[in-house]
Structure formats: structure tokens, C-alpha cells
Design a protein around this ligand. Structure first.
Ligand code: HEC
Length: 436
């Protein structure tokens, strides 16, 4: 498959829409402000992670060209799923429609006019982001002491391991991360589960805010990024957290000009003791641990494979690479030999996005399906995140090494449950088709 062709088509389609609909005058107050409110201001306002506020015409006007470029390239808002391939329904989709992009482009191309101030929509009210959307957690895990982000410095990716003191195995029903201090410097947070067996490999002391040794990042649990609420697992499903498990917090921190202490609360809602959910969710990576990228190479492909031993429901897809990551796809190779591309996404190192399939679109995969992840790396100077295009790059856990994998969450089902889910899906599709 040709990578460039997939992404080129997306832009061409948008370009045509933008050109042909240019008759009605587009203004900031009437047409653009509602889009910024809905899709941008969550990050682009005072005290948030984005570099500038986009709340008013005066604030947005100087950025018009840059906004045009970023939305057309689908770099903003951060959501990099290829719109022309695979599943298109996600429960956490924040992307703009082609029509919204066309509107912004027309506005900029018309000289970014303000329009009638009375057309301006009422300002959007933002919650302070400190509320538990999953309900009151049964367990809250925080850092024993604040981490201090210096006033000035390069972006920083510390790992901090915390022992939540779990004395028995439990199943997680919902999970959410809330930054409790220093939100403006927290670009994102990933948590992972480090099971007791894995604990023997690390050498640092626990919870003294010690950076972890290689190999201690555990299994992906969840993620905080601005605008994201909690993850509530589907009815009857949950994730196991074993007694003695530690939580690894991986931060992406970004200096803001003022020394800022940060802290965070990870909230877990647990199923009752002894309760085992009908579907137990697994999260793991499908990828490679062997990468060899020569200097200045632009399109280095690697492939990972994992067979599903039972019928499964795939819940989410998260590309994982480092600085030189470029794009990633996930394909299903069915037992009958047919293949289907489930998802493709661009990759920008700044953003670690987890694409959560909507309930009515989550792939239902028969036993014997092979999940196939395809990763592309770009070690050229064209890649703005590349710290050194002259370097020969191999696989490793440090940010300066590379990785290539898909973090996937799924659960296995009995043959009976699978047939039922498939039948329900087909019935729904028939209903949808007949109402069109
Ligand atoms: C999830 C938070 C988030 C959302 C939502 C978001 N942005 Fe951004 N934006 C950022 C961050 C952070 C940056 C800084 C660069 C980076 O990290 O990619 C940025 C950078 C930009 C830039 C480049 C600024 C520069 O310095 O050149 C533009 C333009 C932009 N955003 C426009 C938008 C628009 C328009 C929207 C909505 C359609 C939007 N953004 C939605 C977080 C966000």
C-alpha cells in the first residue's frame, strides 16, 4: 500500500469543497467563532496548554493563516485518523468536518473578515476540569510529592511509579485522570499498570518521584489530554488490576515561563470485591522490537502481527512511536484470507492519541483473525520532531530510540456472545439502511 496516496486524497477532497462553495460571504462572528468554540477553545484559552487564545476575533485574527494551514492539514484539532479508510465512528472524535474546514479556509481566503459583532455566539462556559466524570472513584492515586516544572526548558517526559497499595485483585469499571495542580504545563499524561511480576526488573526506589529504568512502563491504562473525560468501560466489561500492581505515570510536561509544581489524581471506579465482569479487557501492543532506520530515510516500514485465539471485540487503537513516527495502520487478516484495513492515522510525536471505536462500529473479529499493525518512520529533516536526521536509529525505550506498535484494547467473547453481537450489529445496519 502506498502511504502518500491515502493522505493526499483527503486534502484533495477538502480543496474541492472549499473552492466550490465560495458564494456566501463567510464571517468570523457568524461562521468561524462557533467552530472555534466547539473545537478549539478547550485548549486555546488562557491557562491551557495551547500557545495562544482563540476566544475573540482580535485574538484569532493574527493567526488566520496558521489556522488555515493547520486545519487543512488536519493537524488541528489533534485527531489524525485517515478519513478515507477504515472505521469512521469513534466515541472520542474531536475532528472537524470537511464542511467546517472549508468554512475556515473560505474565511481566511476572503481576508478573515469579522462580520457583524451581533452574530457572535454567547461565550462557551468551561467547567474547571476538576470534576470526576466517572462518578466518585473508589481509589484515588496521586504523587506523594509535587513534580516541579522549571520556568524554562525543553519538553520533559518523566516516568513516575506509584504504589496504590492494592492488597487484592480487583476489576476496573471506569478510570479518569485529573491534573490537580499545574494544569497549564501538563500536555498529557499516560498511565500504565506495572504488574507485580514486572516489578523485579526495576532498580529505582518507588514513589520517590524517581525516573524509571528502561522497561518499566507497564501496560497502558489510560490517558489524560485536555478536553478528555474518563474512560467508562462498556457494560459488563472491565480491566483487571492485580494486588501489588503499581501505577506508572508518564508525563509530557511543557515549561510555561513560570516555575510550576504539578500533581495529579488518577481515579478508579472498581467493581465490587469478588466480582468478575463478563468481558475482561486486555490491553497490549502489536508491533516490532527490531527497527533499523538509516540516516535521512523517509519511509521506513515495519509490520507487527498478533493472532486472536477467540472471537474478539476491538475497543481502541493507539499508534505508538517516538520522534520519527510518521503514520500507522491497523489491518485485520481474516481466517478466510481476506484483509480489511481497520484504521490508519498520521502520527505527530507531540500527540499520543487513543482512538476509541464507537459502540456501533467497534470491529467484531472472528477467532483466528490476525491483527496486523503497519508503522512508518521518517528520519529525514522534513520531520520537524526529528532531533538528528544523521543518526542511525534502532529500537529502544528511550525517546531518542524508536518504537513501532499499536496499543490495542479488546476483549474476547464466547462463540455464542460473538454470534449474538454480530446479529445485533447486522440488524442495526439493516434498520439504518431502510431509514435512509
Ligand atoms: C487538545 C488541545 C487542542 C485543541 C482541541 C486544539 N489545539 Fe491548536 N494547539 C494546541 C497545542 C498544544 C499547540 C502547540 C503545538 C502542538 O503541541 O502541536 C497548538 C497549536 C496550534 C496552532 C499553531 C500555533 C503556532 O504556534 O504556530 C494553530 C494555528 C492552532 N493550534 C489552531 C487550532 C484550531 C483552529 C483548533 C480548532 C479547530 C485547535 N487548534 C484545536 C492544542 C490544541
Amino acid at each position: 500500500m502506498r502511504l502518500t496516496s491515502i493522505f493526499a486524497t483527503a486534502l484533495a477532497v477538502i480543496g474541492i469543497t472549499a473552492a466550490s462553495a465560495a458564494e456566501t460571504p463567510v464571517t468570523f462572528t457568524k461562521d468561524v467563532a462557533p467552530i472555534l468554540e466547539a473545537r478549539c477553545q478547550i485548549c486555546h484559552r488562557a491557562g491551557q496548554i495551547a500557545p495562544m487564545s482563540l476566544m475573540t476575533y482580535q485574538e484569532a485574527r493574527p493567526w488566520a493563516r496558521s489556522i488555515r494551514q493547520k486545519v487543512l492539514a488536519r493537524e488541528m484539532p489533534p485527531w489524525f485518523i485517515d478519513k478515507n479508510i477504515g472505521v469512521q465512528h469513534f466515541s472520542n472524535d474531536v475532528s472537524l468536518t470537511d464542511q467546517e474546514i472549508a468554512t475556515i479556509v473560505q474565511w481566511v481566503d476572503a481576508g478573515a473578515p469579522e462580520g457583524n459583532p451581533s452574530d457572535m455566539p454567547p461565550p462557551r462556559q468551561f467547567a474547571d476540569g476538576q470534576a470526576w466524570q466517572i462518578g466518585n472513584p473508589d481509589l484515588i492515586v496521586t504523587l506523594s510529592k509535587d513534580v516541579v516544572v522549571k520556568a524554562k526548558g525543553p519538553d520533559w517526559w518523566p516516568d513516575i511509579l506509584v504504589d496504590p497499595g492494592l492488597t487484592e485483585d480487583r476489576y476496573i469499571q471506569a478510570v479518569q485522570i485529573i491534573p490537580t495542580k499545574g494544569r497549564p504545563v501538563i500536555h498529557h499524561i499516560r498511565t500504565s499498570i506495572v504488574e507485580p511480576e514486572a516489578g523485579t526488573r526495576h532498580s529505582g526506589q518507588l514513589d520517590g518521584n524517581v525516573a524509571l529504568e528502561v522497561g518499566e512502563q507497564g501496560v497502558f491504562l489510560n490517558e489524560y489530554a485536555i478536553g478528555k473525560g474518563g474512560d467508562v468501560f462498556r457494560e459488563g466489561s472491565g480491566r483487571l488490576i492485580k494486588a501489588g500492581t503499581k501505577i506508572n505515570f508518564q508525563f509530557h510536561l511543557h515549561s510555561s515561563g513560570t516555575e510550576t509544581p504539578i500533581n495529579v489524581a488518577l481515579g478508579l471506579k472498581l467493581y465490587p470485591k469478588q466480582y468478575v465482569p463478563h468481558h475482561v479487557i486486555t490491553s497490549l501492543t502489536v508491533g516490532v522490537n527490531d527497527i533499523d532506520i538509516r540516516p535521512h530515510e523517509t519511509n521506513v516500514r515495519s509490520d507487527g502481527y498478533m493472532p486472536l485465539i477467540k472471537p474478539a471485540r476491538l475497543l481502541s487503537f493507539q499508534p505508538h512511536m517516538h520522534n520519527r513516527g510518521k503514520a500507522e495502520c491497523l489491518e485485520a487478516i481474516y481466517p478466510n484470507g481476506k484483509t480489511e484495513m481497520l484504521s490508519c492515522a498520521h502520527f505527530l510525536f507531540n500527540w499520543h492519541l487513543n482512538y476509541v471505536y464507537a459502540d456501533d462500529a467497534a470491529p467484531l473479529l472472528p477467532a483466528g483473525t490476525i491483527l496486523h499493525s503497519i508503522m512508518w518512520h521518517d528520519n529525514s529533516a522534513e520531520n520537524k520532531f526529528n532531533p538528528d536526521p544523521d543518526a542511525q536509529i534502532t529500537w529502544g525505550e528511550r525517546t531518542i530510540d524508536e518504537m513501532g506498535s499499536a496499543w490495542l484494547s479488546y476483549y474476547y467473547m464466547s462463540d455464542e456472545d460473538f454470534s449474538k453481537e454480530l446479529a445485533a450489529r447486522k440488524a442495526k445496519e439493516r434498520t439504518l439502511a431502510s431509514t435512509r
